[in-house]
Design a protein around this ligand. Structure first.
Ligand SMILES: [Fe+2]
Ligand SMILES: [Fe+2]
Length: 130
């Protein structure tokens, strides 16, 4: 269902590895939902996914900073906006105001794919050139 594909490669070993792991976490949630895991377990999987996204963003931002990537502030803002949105999702899920379905993970997946293809590839290209 959720799978990292080579068209998402940004040609940086660390970034690609972490993106792959994000897709693995998405898939784990999907399998949990399909296997009718308990809501508490599903919630933990969502939490793990969100936390790992934050970890990944921190790594990416450190990499941008270290390499002198010129568009870092705008890129960081994109990460921040995403985190606000998914943290809001998580709050609603844990308050029972949002049902645990594929809605949240689909949102995350679609955002990730678009973000990787339009933004993270630019980091990869920059790192190659510099
Ligand atoms: Fe990324
Ligand atoms: Fe990014």
């Amino acid at each position: 269902m959720y799978e990292w594909t080579t068209d998402l490669a940004v040609d940086d070993l660390l970034i690609d590895k972490e993106h792959q792991h994000l897709f693995e976490l998405l898939e784990r949630y999907y399998l949990g939902l399909k296997g009718q895991k308990a809501p508490m377990d599903l919630l933990l999987l969502v939490k793990g996914l969100i936390d790992y996204a934050q970890t990944h963003f921190s790594h990416e931002e450190a990499l941008m900073l270290k390499s002198g990537y010129p568009d870092i502030e705008r890129h960081k803002q994109l990460h921040r906006t995403f985190m606000l949105k998914v943290n809001d999702f998580y709050t609603k899920l844990s308050d029972g105001k949002l049902v645990l379905t594929l809605e949240v993970t689909n949102y995350i997946k679609n955002w990730l794919v678009a973000h990787i293809k339009s933004e993270d590839v630019k980091i990869g290209a920059f790192l190659k050139r510099n």
